[in-house]
Design a binder for this molecule. Structure first.
Ligand SMILES: [Zn+2]
Length: 306
């Protein structure tokens, strides 16, 4: 999905246009509510820096560089994401260490050689509030050194947890949710729920097979017996795993619940109480209640209250 098609994000869209024409900024920190569109903006900005023929409006979208960025296969693009048991970004992802726990290309090695195809090498660090202390200090050193051909894009949904010294090394750009009017125009009555993380949900909506399963689950709310509640809760969890393989489990589930809420409110407009129930489960999952507890209760209630 092109950045221009996403609602909201006015400041971020202007930034992508500006940086397509000039490369004066070397590090950008994209922040906002989870799912506000940080990753979509990161993609667009990476393309702007790697496009062979950027236009006034940003990356051209058609050159081989733009195509490779959109498929996350560009040889000059490195993604760094939290991983492992603590879901953290760790030191071996930033710099060379002895006996790394997994085989990855650390940032320091990646930026040690000039770009092969694009005008710049671009490093995207997702969820930088999940850097552990050692990794954060190593990243800070990296950001402090001049790298003429390297550009950094950092994203976070928890700006308050990002080290101030890292924040001060980056141009901070807010990823804004659409305003009420814009959200209503795009998402209709489901806007208040959908607005919570519209772009994550929009991304999920494009994955046909899992989306079809989610639709069948919505159908089942009318036809399944009460005894099917726990199986349906389990199915929703499984679908969220399929839908959003890249992001952390909870994030995928949050976005899936938003999409589920939108579909339920469209299919059963006479049941606003179901939307409220889903919103409650959504808050619980955001608040770290176990997804099993929240979803089992949700489906039991919805089937019993028909
Ligand atoms: Zn291009």
């Amino acid at each position: 999905m092109a950045l221009a098609d996403l609602p909201g994000l006015a400041g971020a869209k202007r930034l992508v246009q500006r940086l397509s024409r000039s490369a004066d900024v070397t590090a950008v920190l994209l922040y906002g509510t989870a799912g506000a569109g940080q990753l979509e903006v990161a993609h667009a900005l990476a393309a702007a820096w790697m496009c062979a023929a950027p236009t006034e409006d940003g990356p051209c979208g058609t050159c081989s560089g733009c195509g490779a960025v959109s498929r996350d296969v560009h040889v000059d693009l490195l993604w760094v994401r939290p991983a492992g048991a603590g879901n953290q970004i760790r030191i071996h992802q930033i710099t060379e260490v002895d006996d790394p726990p997994e085989v990855v290309t650390p940032i320091q090695r990646f930026i040690g050689t000039p770009p092969l195809m694009a005008p710049h090498k671009v490093v995207i660090l997702a969820d930088v509030h999940r850097l552990n202390d050692r990794a954060a200090n190593a990243l800070l050193k990296t950001l402090e050194e001049p790298h003429p051909y390297v550009r950094f894009i950092l994203t976070t949904s928890e700006i308050g947890e990002v080290m101030p010294t890292i924040r001060s090394r980056c141009l901070g750009v807010a990823c804004e949710l659409p305003g009420d009017e814009e959200a209503r125009a795009v998402y209709g009555d489901a806007a208040p729920l959908y607005q919570l993380a519209p772009h994550a949900a929009a991304r999920l909506q494009r994955q046909d097979e899992a989306f079809a399963k989610l639709n069948r689950l919505v159908d089942g709310l009318a036809s399944e017996p009460v005894g099917a509640a726990l199986r349906m809760a389990e199915e929703l969890r499984a679908i969220s795993g399929e839908l959003d393989g890249d992001s952390a489990e909870r994030e995928g589930l949050v976005a899936t619940l938003e999409l589920f809420a939108m579909l339920v409110s469209r299919r059963y407009p006479e049941r606003p109480d179901w939307s409220r129930r889903i919103l409650k489960a959504h808050r619980q999952v955001l608040g770290n209640v176990s997804s099993r507890t929240a979803l089992d209760a949700l489906f039991c209630r919805m089937l019993v209250e028909r």
